[in-house]
Design a protein around this ligand. Structure first.
Ligand SMILES: [Zn+2]
Length: 433
């Protein structure tokens, strides 16, 4: 057994005054976040000093003496924005270190600051009542309750408690530590699959399956957007339409998540080893080429929306695959995505093609004759990388080496020579004589 985390989300129940009070506290937390950010920026500018999380937390004690409204709120809740700020800075610095150019952490508007978390022994805050209702008691906060619709892990495994306001509701999120089985060893996997994160389709699988993306329902969003553009700036009605728009997006987002849950479930049910492209590298290599430029109709109008949904969709899908695989003792391996769509999965030859060319054809005097759907060819290449199985073993060093990924490393044969005899059988292709 090894350990992982799982988040349970529930709709929070609050009274009307509770809602108001929660809004007020989130306002206080925004102020703390922004004050903490200001301090860090100031120290950085003056002396290039960095301010530590713990130093900032100590200041809360003084602030509580000065501002009685802070004294009324649980200390752990007040630390939450500083903790978040700290993580934002850690992320910022690590991206700088990696040679990226991240955006500096920014001041937050109250309207956009919608959550806090307690990650320091939140267990005792939950009171389990009769009739299955659970009450959350946090000092200074309105009482929040929820009704779990499934069984929760033991309370001592509760690591983080979050209260999150979405556009549609307030949510209780509980992060539990859970036991998961050891992942299957790569060499024991019997039904491996490679997946290519596509644009026309959500993904293509190396067995030839194409999983279409969900068609976003734009109608409602478009309608509200039109309404919004007609509304008078600063008017009360405009704010209401803004909220409506946020709810419409939230609905869309939730439906999309539901769709991705179903699709990832199907993939994990059928395959014990899943090999996908490493998104961190993929985003760098693909975005510059303009993945959205695609053949067919309706490119222009849908491009922006599709693009954002795709970008999020990939990340979400891979995370879901990872989660589900982990819980089932299956494995997800991430491999570098370079040239997966260009290289021939039959012989390893590089066959350059534009994005509009949807079929991979390895023809010409040096070709092996493989004709295969472009994305399926890419998926087979992804699978081969995961299995360290070079195409035909004819191109030493091209694929089939050991690839560095920042997650589980793919292991396999030496960089040269044919890989282990792992069968990779892209079924739906036609061999051309
Ligand atoms: Zn070929």
């Amino acid at each position: 057994m090894s350990q992982s985390h799982r988040t349970f989300k529930f709709k929070a129940r609050l009274t009307a005054t509770g809602h108001k009070r929660l809004g007020k506290i989130l306002g206080v937390l925004t102020d703390l976040y922004n004050a903490g950010l200001e301090e860090r920026i100031g120290a950085h500018k003056r002396k290039r000093l960095s301010v530590r999380y713990f130093d900032q937390c100590k200041q809360i004690t003084d602030l509580r003496k000065e501002f009685p409204e802070l004294a009324e709120v649980d200390l752990r809740v007040l630390r939450s924005p500083l903790n978040r700020l700290n993580k934002a800075f850690q992320g910022f610095f690590s991206r700088v270190k990696n040679g990226q150019t991240p955006g500096f952490p920014r001041f937050r508007a109250k309207r956009r600051y919608r959550s806090f978390e307690v990650d320091d022994a939140p267990g005792p805050m939950l009171k389990f009542g009769q009739n299955g209702k659970v009450r959350i008691r946090i000092k200074g906060l309105p009482s929040v309750s929820f009704k779990p619709n499934r069984e929760l892990p033991p309370i001592e495994d509760l690591k983080v408690l979050r209260i999150v306001r979405t556009a549609k509701r307030t949510e209780v999120q509980l992060v539990y530590r859970i036991d998961v089985p050891e992942p299957i060893r790569a060499e024991d996997a019997v039904s491996p699959v490679g997946i290519d994160l596509g644009v026309l389709n959500l993904v293509a699988l190396s067995d030839g399956t194409k999983v279409p993306g969900r068609n976003p329902e734009r109608k409602r969003i478009k309608r509200v957007q039109r309404k919004l553009s007609r509304a008078k700036r600063g008017s009360n009605g405009r704010q209401k339409i803004c909220d409506q728009l946020a709810r419409a997006w939230q609905t869309e987002k939730e439906r999309n998540r539901g769709y991705l849950h179903e699709r990832s479930r199907e993939i994990v049910d059928e395959h014990d080893q899943i090999v996908a492209e490493d998104l961190q590298i993929l985003n760098l290599t693909r975005s510059a080429k303009g993945t959205v430029a695609k053949p067919g109709s309706n490119v222009g109008a849908k491009a922006g929306l599709n693009r954002s949904i795709h970008d999020q969709g990939w990340g979400t899908l891979v995370r879901m695959l990872d989660d589900k695989a982990e819980r089932a003792g299956r494995r997800l391996d991430l491999v570098p995505p370079h040239h997966t769509s260009q290289d021939c999965s039959g012989c390893g030859r590089r066959v350059l093609k534009k994005l509009s060319v949807r079929v991979h054809r390895c023809d010409g005097p040096d070709g092996c004759g493989l004709v295969l759907d472009r994305d399926v060819n890419a998926a087979v290449n992804v699978l081969r990388r995961g299995l360290s199985s070079p195409p035909g073993g004819t191109v030493p060093g091209e694929v089939g080496g050991t690839f560095e990924t920042n997650r589980r490393k793919t292991t396999g044969s030496s960089p040269s020579g044919p890989g282990p005899a792992r069968p990779v059988d892209p079924e739906p292709y036609t061999e051309v004589a």
